[in-house]
Design a protein. Sequence first.
Length: 330
Amino acid sequence: MSEHYYGEGRPLLSVSNLKKYFPVRKGLLRRVVANVKAVDDISFDIAPGETLGLVGESGCGKTTAGRSLLRLIKPTSGHVEFEGKDVLGASGSEMRKFRRNMQIIFQDPYASLNPRMSVNDIISEGIRVHGLADNRKDAESQVRDLLERVKLDPAYINRYPHEFSGGQRQRIGIARALSLKPKFIVCDEAVSALDVSIQAQVINLLMDLRDEFGLSYLFVAHDLSVVRHISHRVAVMYLGKIVEIAKTKDLFSNPKHPYTQALLSAVPVANPTAKKERIVLQGDVPSPMNPPSGCPFHTRCPRVMDVCKSEVPPTRTADDGHSYTCHLDE
Ligand code: SF4
């Protein structure tokens, strides 16, 4: 169990030292000349019923992390356990069982639904493949029930994706993920493509479903204000690494890592008269192919010190699980 865990009992999902490097090949012989370190040694646990938010700028590795732990892409190394069982080393039939329990909702509801399939076919596909229905009629009745759960009219069952709005399509994606009665769902930027008012509705729906079915989520987003409402804890990623992880309230009220502090300074506050100094980060995110030495954030950190350029910072963890990786001892 990693030090970041704060739930009681056995975690539902345990990720240790997960890495995903993409080789860069060049020349006639396609020799590997470098690696893009998309996910670089991350560890975290998720408790039953818990939502962990995973945030960071685009390209920080959060989407790759979510897909690697589900084995949608093959991780380079690391260990993932689901209910105490090894996921990355699982055989084909073992993986089928994991697939039922570990689902994903994709960012783009336009691209992730096959335009030639009806809602009934899209949602019932997994039910039929996994033999969860006695016959076609039973599958259809399960689909109608799922449509109701995601607050779509079951009368739409024979319609096609293009007949729905973005928010409605994402509800279809959620119903598809729920169709196998999973315990864990990766929500991969699941609301990022939606208008703000629709985002709130979909987040509320995901929270209701979590409570109704006892689901756990890894909620991946680039926007801290989006994860705040739904997450019990939040992990912040930068250049493939988790730089801070804490209970949501603690992270927002007492961020320790300068990168988290900068991200939070850009989040709008409810009271516009409240003073808040915006920390503007200079420069772009460095290439994950050639990350900076020492602390990978040192090229943009407003509080950088000499030691940061040469020495990898330590990870400091408080008793309540609030953990951050920095040379500053806050
Ligand atoms: Fe900034 Fe140094 Fe901390 Fe990195 S280790 S976040 S550069 S203060």
